[in-house]
Design a protein around this ligand. Structure first.
Ligand code: XBP
Ligand code: MG
Length: 247
């Protein structure tokens, strides 16, 4: 049995957006606001434990600038910083600096050709998803997805399963008929929490994470379609151990 739908995460999974996209955009917003904050690559890797841009800023401030966070207008300043960050992120994407990971576009095509529906469950902002899809796959790209659940749509971000549960409801499918594709341990916990079998494609920042419970773990999408889709299709009905026994 093939899956009826494959639900993709975005950041790290479809594109390496974190190091050269979100991180750079955060730093531009901090500099613009006159803040002496700079998130280098290593520190950003630690901060990624907290999903959501606003939540990440608050988490950083709690550790490194508690007085700033205790100001009464801190929530407004965080919201402003985050809005500016997303504006810088959009500019980076518009400049063509955030390509899809190799093999992603071919995988979308192979799944669609096999009659398998595409969906997205991410905790990033909708504007960031829109600009990434548009600048990589064209103006109509969002129409290829039957459900796109973003950070604004949920009360609790990953690793909470809410984003995946909502995607299932929008698709009208049970978890047994779907496969999730994730790059991080937080994402894996979210998808498994919703009862969805999950394939991991590790990203720059997630290489050392614990992926216990994943159906399979890859370091990239196979270069030659339809190989990646074949493995993904079979992932829906093979148990993790069977997949490992038949790599
Ligand atoms: C994505 C995130 C996001 C992005 C930025 O996690 O953690 O916070 O870094 O998003 P996942 P916003 O890939 O597990 O969905 O700044 O738009 O919140
Ligand atoms: Mg991710």
């Amino acid at each position: 049995m093939r899956p009826a739908a494959v639900i993709f995460d975005v950041d790290g999974t479809l594109a390496e957006t974190e190091r050269d996209g979100h991180r750079v955009a955060f730093n531009r917003a901090f500099a613009e606001a006159g803040l002496p904050w700079h998130w280098d690559e290593r520190l950003y890797g630690e901060l990624l434990a907290v999903t959501g841009g606003k939540e990440r800023i608050a988490h950083y401030a709690q550790r490194f600038a508690p007085d700033w966070l205790n100001e009464p207008d801190a929530p407004r300043r965080i919201a402003e910083l985050h809005a500016r960050k997303n504006a810088h992120y959009a500019a980076i994407a518009e400049a063509g600096e955030l390509p899809l990971r190799p093999g992603v576009a071919a995988l979308f095509d192979a799944l669609a050709a096999a009659g398998i529906r595409l969906a997205i469950a991410t905790t990033t902002s909708r504007a960031n998803v829109d600009v990434l899809l548009r600048t990589t796959l064209g103006a109509d790209a969002a129409r290829r997805f039957d459900a796109i659940v973003c950070g604004e749509d949920v009360a609790r971000k990953k690793p909470d399963p809410e984003a995946y549960a909502l995607a299932l409801r929008q698709l009208g499918l049970s978890p047994a008929h779907c496969v999730a594709v994730e790059d991080s341990a937080n994402g894996l916990r979210a998808a498994l929490g919703a009862g969805i079998a999950t394939v991991i494609v590790r990203s720059l920042y997630s290489r050392g994470e614990d992926f216990s419970g994943a159906l399979a773990v890859f370091d990239g999408y196979a270069a030659q379609p339809p190989a990646p889709s074949q493995r993904l299709l079979s992932a829906a009905h093979l148990t993790g151990s069977a997949l490992l026994a038949h790599p």
